[in-house]
Design a protein around this ligand. Structure first.
Ligand code: ARG
Length: 466
């Protein structure tokens, strides 16, 4: 390796894997192909994996106990060096795996040179990513729990807060703020389940697959899995190194969770407009305008919506990377990590900030109540007529005429006179009149999954027990 570039670079560390080459790679090739700038965040997991591998090599007699101890001591020292910022990352190392192994050969000499027996970076990188994701998904699950707690607290305070529910963004029927918030909790509960299931699919131990066809050496895969806390082993060495389904699963779960946050953001943005006026955003979460002094902008929520586009993009990028790959490992797969990291870095603060936002918003419950009374009770009248024996279609038609008459007179249904009600509903006018109350409408929606305070309290109790 006695060429111009090496000389120019001065005393470069010895390259571990280029003995079959006469020349070093061009620096720009090195820079383009390196994953070290981003995969260094796997260093804890890479070291944990290497320690487990070293122990297994000693257990099976592939290295001596003393050699394994020297490797493990060296690996722990490297971990401290990286944590302290003392580790010198050289782009010639390509990735975090070679960087650590190269340093280990410097520290532990001949013992270090024994570490990579029966292992390839192809199985090593999947091991690292799986360990990293399992830990990070646990963090995401914790963030989802905090969001759920903060939503439950808001729901508990607003079981009787009547507001209009919308379809087509038109006032439809009365619900409560609690019921609306419970809808979000259901969405995020499904996210939680999806992340937990994804985590189980992540926790499959690939080491021992080698480059693609395992190894001729007598290794003990179960020992490694047990030491690292994996409940399962990969069952096909080619699949083990080329499979990134677990990463796609994770990014899908993140993208869908982002879509949920984005939809919630859109509701809050609408409710904070002067037109709705259902809530006030807290100052600590709002932004001003550089020109219009009166503005209180929901930038944060707009960015939750906007960043959800990134999450969908991460998923699209990974699936596109995977779709044309021949068996088994190909370097295209190196592109998986930045998508996973970006999805994590995008989603985690969204969950955290959303959990902090909800308890700080103030709701204008009077405005919500006023909006709920307006026209949203037509179905209640039709259902009253049904319970008095009318076919639903006839009831629908009668109430439709009532609505038309009220609208022509510029009145709300509640403002119609007894005479007007009688003209359309005959003997049922009295009972129809009693149904013209949003509170009454809410109370009667006693179906499982419905918005009545009784049903909402029932669901809240279930959720708190979970
Ligand atoms: N840096 C690689 C990656 O991120 C590690 C595996 C490299 N294997 C190889 N044969 N180039 O996927």
């Amino acid at each position: 390796m006695n060429n111009r570039i090496d000389k120019a670079a001065g005393k470069r560390p010895r390259n571990l894997i280029r003995s079959r080459f006469k020349l070093s790679r061009l620096p720009e090739v090195e820079a383009f192909t390196a994953s070290l700038p981003f995969d260094r965040r796997l260093f804890h997991h890479d070291i944990r994996g290497s320690i487990a591998h070293a122990r297994m090599l000693a257990k099976t007699g592939l290295v001596s106990k003393a050699q394994a101890d020297r490797m493990i001591k060296g690996l722990k020292r490297i971990e401290r060096e990286i944590e302290a910022g003392d580790f010198i990352f050289d782009p010639a190392d390509e990735d975090i795996h070679l960087a650590i192994e190269r340093r280990l050969t410097e520290i532990a000499g001949a013992a270090g040179a024994r570490l990579h027996a029966a292992r390839s970076r192809n199985d090593q990188v999947v091991l690292d990513l799986r360990m990293y994701l399992a830990d990070e998904i646990a963090v995401v699950l914790g963030l989802l729990d905090r969001l759920k707690d903060s939503l439950i607290a808001v729901a508990e305070a607003h079981v009787e807060t009547v507001m209009p529910g919308y379809t087509h963004l038109q006032r439809a029927q009365p619900v409560s703020l609690a019921h609306h918030v419970l809808a979000y909790i259901e969405m995020f509960s499904r996210d939680r389940e999806r992340f937990a299931q994804t985590r189980e699919r992540v926790r499959v131990m690939p080491l021992g697959a080698g480059a693609l066809a395992a190894t001729t050496l007598p290794i003990d895969r179960r020992a490694v899995a047990q030491e690292l806390g994996f409940p399962r082993l990969t069952e096909n060495s080619m699949d083990a190194v080329s499979d990134r389904d677990f990463a796609a699963d994770f990014i899908f779960a993140a993208a869908l969770c982002g879509v949920h946050i984005s939809r919630m953001s859109e509701d809050i943005i609408l409710w904070a407009t002067a037109e709705f006026g259902f809530l006030q955003l807290p100052d600590e979460f709002s932004t001003g305008s550089s020109m219009m002094p009166q503005k209180k902008n929901p930038d944060l929520l707009e960015l939750f919506r906007g960043k959800t586009g990134r999450l969908v993009g991460d998923l699209t990028a990974l699936l596109t990377t995977l779709k044309g790959l021949p068996m088994a490992y190909n370097s295209d797969l190196q592109e998986d990590k930045e998508r996973v990291f970006d999805a994590l870095d995008t989603l985690k603060p969204m969950l955290d900030l959303m959990a902090k936002l909800w308890p700080r918003m103030t709701f204008d419950t009077q405005r919500m109540r006023a909006a709920a009374g307006d026209g949203a009770l037509a179905t209640d009248i039709a259902e009253e007529l049904v319970s008095r024996g009318l076919p639903f279609r006839s009831a629908h038609e009668i109430v439709g005429r009532l609505v038309r008459e009220a609208a022509a007179a510029g009145k709300r249904l509640e403002d119609l006179s007894d005479m007007e009600l009688q003209r359309h509903c005959g003997a049922h006018a009295g009972s129809v009149r009693r149904r013209l109350s949003a509170e009454e409408s809410l109370r009667r929606r006693q179906v499982i999954g419905g918005p009545s305070p009784a049903m909402v309290r029932r669901r809240l109790a279930q959720l708190k027990r979970q």
